[in-house]
Design a protein around this ligand. Structure first.
Ligand SMILES: [Zn+2]
Length: 366
């Protein structure tokens, strides 16, 4: 079996309506037919049909009844978390962090492996496959596939790691294809920050319509959800905020330019100046807000957790100062609640989103 392209899922539900009903059910509490009909502005009869289809597939189940006034009691429905599973892998140069999640994105099991060195490609694929196999046997429900999130540049459409300009043994590797062949499962490959954002939007269906996720791990990156669509761009590179210049003629960057946000951020931390690092991060956030008009900013990544109080404060301060003449602009800044599982969970949620995501999230290449 070869790599499955992002637009040819194995188990897509009957259509946009089914995905929308599932999204309402995913928000948590059991829902009635009328709740769903109101949320989606469709008739209760249409909802009945869709709920029937979702129940046939085991994705939704009845969850008791309530009596609200005269007449027949109202039946409630809930999502069945144990009906499906997905594996998520977060790959860095020296580490693999893996999870298997249920249909709601809750972690059933996590594994962490320090590889300690940059593995040659055959060894890398064997390592990823071994981790995935360990996770594949945990938990009930149909296993849909595996997602892999890694630092970019990554071509989501082709499933290829494009690599950096430095000598890089992984450069140009069709990781999705190789891993799918090794595992015999569908595999999706994405940039780490985008995987993280897919995970956040899966957990908060419909709530993160205009959101930037800023990820600080070894590098600094961002990903965007605009008008409910995860933005990938012409070359899957949308959101490379770490390589936007924040200081002309500044610190040399691995990309060959000077004064990139990522280089300035790291230089500030290396100098022990956490306040300056926080200001660089705040500049990146402010630029994103100005450029694409998001109303939520989610911060995540291992490095950000170490400095999050200072970073959040600097970002809020920069936003308040910059936006004081525009009181109608509200931007909420929050820290991801996923901790260091963020990218692995997000990679798994890429698979869930691919199969059962809202129609907007299904917009992809081809
Ligand atoms: Zn750069």
């Amino acid at each position: 079996m070869t790599g499955v392209r992002p637009t040819s899922p194995l188990d897509r539900v009957a259509g946009a309506h089914d995905a929308a009903v599932l999204a309402v059910a995913r928000r948590g509490d059991p829902v009635s037919r009328a709740d769903v009909a109101q949320a989606l502005q469709v008739t209760p009869q249409a909802v009945s049909k869709i709920l029937g289809r979702l129940m046939d597939r085991g994705l939704v189940a009845e969850a008791g009844t309530i009596v609200s006034g005269p007449g027949k009691p109202t039946t409630l429905y809930r999502i069945v978390p144990s009906s499906r599973r997905a594996i998520g892998l977060h790959l860095t140069r020296s580490r693999v962090h893996g999870v298997v999640v249920d249909l709601t994105g809750e972690i059933l099991e996590r594994r962490e492996l320090e590889t300690g060195h940059l593995q040659p490609v055959p060894e890398l694929i064997a390592t990823l496959a071994a981790e995935a196999r360990e996770l594949a046997v945990v938990g009930p429900g149909e296993l849909l596939g595996a997602g892999l999130g890694m630092p970019g540049p990554v071509d989501w459409t082709e499933g290829v790691y494009r690599g950096s300009s430095e000598p890089d043994p992984w450069r140009g590797t069709p990781i999705r294809h190789l891993l799918a062949e090794e595992l015999g499962l569908p595999v999706l490959l994405d940039h780490d920050s985008r995987a993280a954002l897919v995970g956040e939007t899966w957990s908060e269906p419909g709530l993160l319509r205009n959101t930037a996720l800023v990820l600080v791990e070894d590098g600094l990156g961002a990903s965007l959800c605009l008008d409910g669509v995860i933005v990938r761009g012409a070359h899957s590179h949308a959101g490379e905020a770490g390589h936007t210049v924040v200081r002309m003629g500044g610190t040399p960057c691995s990309c060959g330019r000077f004064g990139c946000a990522q280089a300035e951020y790291q230089a500030a931390l290396d100098d022990g100046d956490a306040e300056l690092a926080a200001q660089v991060l705040a500049t990146v956030v402010l630029n994103l807000v100005r450029l694409v008009d998001v109303d939520r900013v989610v911060l995540g990544g291992r490095t950000v957790y170490a400095h999050h109080a200072r970073s959040m404060e600097a970002i809020r301060r920069a936003l308040t100062q910059s936006l004081q003449a525009e009181p109608w602009i509200h931007v909420e800044v929050m820290l991801s609640t996923r901790g260091t599982d963020l990218i692995a969970v997000g990679a798994a949620c890429e698979v869930l989103t691919h199969e059962y995501g809202l129609p907007q999230a299904l917009v992809g290449p081809e």
